[in-house]
Ligand binder design. Sequence first.
Ligand code: SAT
Ligand code: MN
Length: 599
Amino acid sequence: MNLKHKELAAWIEEVREMCKPDSVHIADGSKEEYNKMLQIMIDAGLATALNPEKRPGCFLFRSHPSDVARVENRTFIASKKQEDAGPDCNWVDPEELKADMRKLYDGCMKGRVMYVIPFSMGPIGSPISKIGVEISDSPYVVINMAIMTRIGEKVLGALGADGEFVRCIHSVGKPLNDGEKDSSWPCAPSIDQKYISHFPEERTIWSYGSGYGGNALLGKKCFALRIAGVQARDEGWLAEHMLILKITDPAGKVYYICGALPSFCGKTNLAMVVPTLPGWKVETIGDDIAWMKFGEDGRLYAINPEAGFFGVVPGTSAQSNPNAMKQIERDTIFTNVGLTDDGDVWWEGGGIPAPEHLIDWEGNDWTPDCGRPAAHANARFTSPAAQCPSIAPEWEDPAGVPISAILIGGRRGGTIPLVNESLDWNHGVFLGSIMGSETTAAAIGLAAGVRRDPFAMLPFMGYHTGDYLQHWLNTGKKSDSGKLPKIYFVNWFRKDENDKFIWPGFGENSRVLKWIVERLSGIGEAVETPIGNLPAPGAIDLCGIEDKISEESLAKILDVDKASWLEEIVSIKENYKKFGDRLPEELSEQLDALEKRLS
Ligand code: SAT
Ligand code: MN
């Protein structure tokens, strides 16, 4: 391919000289290329084609047991100054890190092809989209990036001769000696040989040693959250770990809502929720990341920068997520699930009885009584967003969709009510700053059991969290309060005295969405409380689920228990200490005001 972009061509040459691959391939993004790469991986024993009668167009990969998830302690933010990385990032000096990594990169692609993957985060040509180029020695990365982003020639076209792009280098970290046979999942097996490095000032990502998920598909968390977060701060927009929903009420009025939920809070399920309320429709725009910019009308417009979903497989069932179940019937890549004897896939929590025998995610014989799971807990599907049955027709609209509300939430057994409407933007940002999930029933006490995860960004911060929260506060000053999205704090996970979830969840969460939409349109009823506006008695529609939850139980998860909120304040203060003098003043004010309202 003829590269018009001189800087890009020079950078490719520089990386080639460092990594010393056998050859270079610039991905064109065609279907033929995708199929050919899969065939090469099947022939080499890296991939298994599933039974086309059961799962047409589907393939299974098994990763190395050391390489099954993101590695947070090997994720580095190498800003020039340590204080700019803040309390939630692993900071390393950029020059030292580069020197170490250059040694690892030297000759690391020997025996392999170096793939160059031009990719667009967001619809090509959207004013909110951005371009990256990932250089990788993993064909698995190429086909996953082909699903998760828009790749190839059309991106090079959009880049032109001098367009801006984020430089991403990735190597699995396993050069091949002459004649050495490749393993089925090459990687650097020891954790301390893995590096997921970000150079925020240079808008550059260097990854080494892992082939899995966000460690290797560099458009996702590395670019779209950590690097884009820094770009968003500098350019005045928001790059967030949020799903995007389209809700249509029975009268046909449409609302778009973003939602930030930490891991294991059912984010993908909510992104594809099937409402149980008659007349209501929910469609999907995105399941993981939202990029939001102000439009000329002063409203925030969001795009989903991704083109596919990289969802957790275990627990995905016709009950938890019927849309995902349909989506992954075809043209999907599975990683680390079980392989049945008839060439289909199987996983725990799928609602399908276990077969008598299968091959587990590590490639071993498996029977239901063997005492090991068939699928790894972080097994994933990679599947095009376009084939999700609930995808909204406008999901690729380059203009984005205007956001009316932002949901934030976590997994909390107590204190935090089912839903709480913030009083205004700053109060909403305050709620975003205190959100989080209980880790375990840690012995260190209630307060220490909550992992505060502001806007679900903790693992994805590219700079100081205090500055990040200040950026949210500043964003609110850029428009009229009536045009800004309203912020709602949700918690599906309140438990009763017997440790049982009180709220039925899943499709019934649409009842909370209904109240939110009614609030937006001015008809929803709320009561003012010291912590925010909570649904008035009877305002959450329980029609048809009276057998699952009574008005009394609902009242329990909509209460404000003063004693536990006072404990909460102690814990928030403790957590705020880590921001030092970068804790935004507005947030201390919010905390003081809350304390006053409670007393
Ligand atoms: O591996 S990913 O970062 O893509 C998914 C996740 O961990 O949330
Ligand atoms: Mn995520």
